[in-house]
Design a protein around this ligand. Structure first.
Ligand code: NAD
Ligand code: MLT
Length: 313
C-alpha cells in the first residue's frame, strides 16, 4: 500500500517535490477542508503537513488510523493538539527558523507603516486627496522599543531597531545579561518594558502564560500614545481591550498580523478603528520563507517515514 502524505494547507511546490520523491509515496493535496473533511482525509494517512489554517484537534488526531508524523510548515504549533498527538505516539515537527527573517521584516514593515500612516495616506490619496498635513508621523530614531520575547524573531527585530537608532528593551525569561549586552539590548522585566516603551512588539508563542499578556490592566500601565505591534500570535493581546484603547487614543496605533480568530470576523472591533494597520497573517509570506519551511519540513517527514519503513522491514 502506498504511503499517503496528506497536505491540507498551501505549501511551496519545493516541499511537495521532496515529499513526492519518497519511494512509494502518494502526496494528496486537499486545502480549505471543513473539520469533518479533514477527519475523513486523514483516516488512512501516514503523514500530515499543515500551516496554521488547519486545526489539528484531538478529534482529527483520533480519526487517523496510521498517522506517524505531523509536519508544521512554520514555527507555531498552537493549531495542533500536542497532548493528543503524543498520546498516540505521533511525532510533531516544525520548521523553526525558515521564516524568521520574513517575520522580522514584516514586523518592521508594520512598525514603519504605523509610524508614518502609510496605508491610511495611500487610501486617502487614491480617494483624490493630497493631505500633507493630515499624515504627519513620528520617527523611530530615539524612541524606545520593547521586544516581548527575545527568541529568533524578537532578536532579529531588535537588531533592526538598533540600526534605526532605537533604544531596545528586551523581556524574556531566557534572555541572559551577556546575550542582551552583545545585542545592545537592555534586559528588563515585563512591568518596566510596558511602562517605558513608545513601541511594543510581541514575539512569544501563544501559551497559557502569554494568553492576554497584554490586557486592559497592562495597557493602563503603558505610556499615553504607545504603539503596539503583534506579528506573533492572536490571543497574546486582548483585542477587545486594544480596540477600546485605540478608540480613546490611549494607544496611538496598532499593527496586527495575527488574530484570535482567523480570518478576522467582519464585526470585529479592530475593523472599526482608524489608527490600525491590519494584515491577514502575512508574517511568513515571502517566496524565500515559504520555500525554506516547506523544504525543512518535507525533508524531516521523508526521514521519519524512511526510518519507519526501515524499522518495519
Ligand atoms: P522562538 O521560540 O525562537 O522565540 C520565542 C521566545 O519567546 C523565546 O525566547 C521564549 O523564551 C520567549 N517566551 C516564551 N514565553 C514567554 C513569556 N511568557 N514571556 C516572555 N517571553 C517568553 O520563536 P520565534 O521563531 O521567534 O517565533 C515567535 C512567534 O512568532 C511565535 O508565536 C510564532 O508562532 C510566531 N510567528 C508568526 C509568524 C507570522 O506569520 N506572523 C511567522 C513566524 C512566527
Ligand atoms: C508560523 O508560526 O510559522 C507562522 O504563523 C507562519 C505560518 O503559519 O505560515
Amino acid at each position: 500500500m502506498a504511503t499517503k502524505i496528506l497536505v491540507t494547507d498551501d505549501i511551496s511546490q519545493a516541499g511537495i517535490d521532496i515529499l513526492s520523491g519518497l519511494e512509494g509515496a502518494e502526496v494528496v493535496v486537499r486545502t480549505n477542508l471543513a473539520p469533518d473533511e479533514v477527519k475523513e482525509a486523514i483516516a488512512d494517512a501516514d503523514a500530515l503537513v499543515v500551516r496554521s489554517q488547519t486545526r489539528v484537534t484531538r478529534d482529527v488526531i483520533e480519526s487517523a488510523k496510521k498517522l506517524k508524523v505531523i509536519g508544521r510548515a512554520g514555527v507555531g504549533v498552537d493549531n495542533i493538539d500536542l497532548e493528543a498527538a503524543t498520546r498516540r505516539g505521533i511525532l510533531v515537527i516544525n520548521a523553526p527558523d525558515g521564516n524568521t527573517i520574513a517575520a522580522a521584516e514584516h514586523t518592521f514593515a508594520m512598525m514603519i507603516s504605523l509610524a508614518r500612516h502609510i496605508p491610511a495616506a495611500h487610501r486617502d490619496l487614491l480617494q483624490g486627496n493630497w493631505n500633507r498635513k493630515k499624515w504627519i508621523g513620528v520617527e523611530l530614531r530615539g524612541k524606545t522599543l520593547a521586544v516581548l520575547g527575545m527568541g529568533r524573531i524578537g532578536t532579529e527585530v531588535a537588531k533592526r531597531a538598533k540600526a534605526f537608532g532605537m533604544t531596545v528593551l528586551g523581556y524574556d525569561p531566557f534572555l541572559t545579561e551577556e546575550r542582551a549586552q552583545s545585542l545592545g539590548v537592555k534586559r528588563c522585566d515585563l512591568d518596566t518594558a510596558i511602562r517605558e516603551a513608545d513601541f511594543i512588539t510581541v514575539h512569544t508563542p501563544l501559551t497559557k502564560e502569554t494568553h492576554h499578556m497584554i490586557d486592559a490592566g497592562r495597557i493602563a500601565q503603558m505610556k499615553e500614545g504607545v504603539r503596539i505591534i503583534n506579528c506573533a500570535r492572536g490571543g497574546i493581546i486582548d483585542e477587545v481591550a486594544l480596540a477600546e484603547a485605540l478608540e480613546t487614543g490611549r494607544v496611538a496605533g496598532a499593527a496586527i498580523d495575527v488574530f484570535e480568530e482567523e480570518p478576522l470576523p467582519m464585526d470585529h472591533p479592530l475593523r472599526r478603528c482608524a489608527n490600525v494597520v491590519l494584515t491577514p497573517h502575512l508574517g511568513a509570506s515571502t517566496v524565500e520563507a515559504q520555500e525554506n519551511v516547506a523544504i525543512q519540513v518535507a525533508e524531516e517527514i521523508v526521514q521519519v517515514l524512511r526510518d519507519d519503513t526501515f524499522e518495519h522491514a
